[in-house]
Design a binder for this molecule. Structure first.
Ligand code: ATP
Length: 238
């Protein structure tokens, strides 16, 4: 990995009662880099991203964003990240632009900067034409764009997207992937997926999670060189 380190997580563990969901996962992300978390259902992707977004405390481990401790409850580091959860909260009765203004405010953005930031986020996410529409009246694909827009509206250094294309139809998936591909110009990005081609098309590096362990961490082209990727996936899934 080259470039300035944006995010550094070390030794992340998370227990749910007796169940060990994460067993010591470490990762780093440089500015402008796109990192993929790949793994089957239950591998620990959502748990990892919830910890990295500061919304779930780990049982052990540390997370630093821009050098600041993300887990100490302070707002400084959290302002520097945007997060689209796997099951985002839905505000069907809000209009798109009003919702984005609300999200920017929630992230501590200065009031005077918000209108331009909302316009910019809507432009980047292809939402300008639907800014005055109710979120609940939009298609699922457009609702997901709104989800990505709320994650970038306050111009964070890091954007975390948990399974951003799940439940979308093929056309919507293509549109959302194109949008994610553009994000790297301004943000470091972490996305999770259980779809290998999605990770291959969007990411520089990948961490493969299986049963709470990082069983592979590296560049995708190196993974391809080591072995056929599908075979690799199958080999640890058995
Ligand atoms: P998916 O693709 O299905 O979302 P995932 O890779 O995101 O899976 P996690 O949701 O992080 O995996 O779950 C990791 C493990 O932790 C699973 O075994 C899951 O059942 C367990 N788990 C997750 N959340 C909880 C919870 N709130 N209480 C108990 N167990 C949980």
């Amino acid at each position: 990995m080259t470039g300035e380190i944006l995010l550094k997580a070390q030794g992340l563990e998370r227990d749910y009662g007796d169940r060990k969901a994460l067993r010591g996962v470490s990762l780093e992300l440089a500015r402008g880099e796109v990192l993929g978390l790949l793994g089957p259902n239950g591998a620990g992707k959502t748990t990892t991203l919830s910890i990295l977004s500061g919304t779930l405390p780990p049982t052990a481990g540390s997370v630093r964003l821009n050098g600041a401790d993300l887990l100490d409850g302070g707002r400084a580091a959290k302002r520097d990240l945007g997060y689209l959860p796997e099951l985002p909260p839905v505000y069907p009765e809000m209009r798109v632009s009003a919702y984005l203004r609300y999200c920017a405010r929630l992230r501590g953005m200065e009031r005077a900067l918000i209108p331009a930031a909302v316009d910019e986020a809507m432009r980047r996410c292809g939402l300008t034409e639907v800014g005055s529409r109710l979120i609940g009246k939009l298609s699922k694909g457009f609702q997901q764009r709104v989800g990505i827009a709320q994650a970038i509206v306050h111009r964070p250094a890091l954007v975390i997207l948990d399974e951003p294309t799940v439940g979308l139809d093929p056309l919507q998936i293509r549109a959302v992937r194109a949008l994610i591909a553009e994000l790297r110009q301004e943000h470091g990005v972490i996305i999770s997926s259980h779809i290998l081609p999605e990770i291959q098309s969007l990411c520089d590096r990948v961490i493969i999670l299986y049963q709470g362990n990082a069983v592979y961490s590296g560049y995708l082209n190196e993974l391809n060189a080591v072995a056929d990727v599908q075979e690799f996936m199958v080999s640890f899934a058995q």
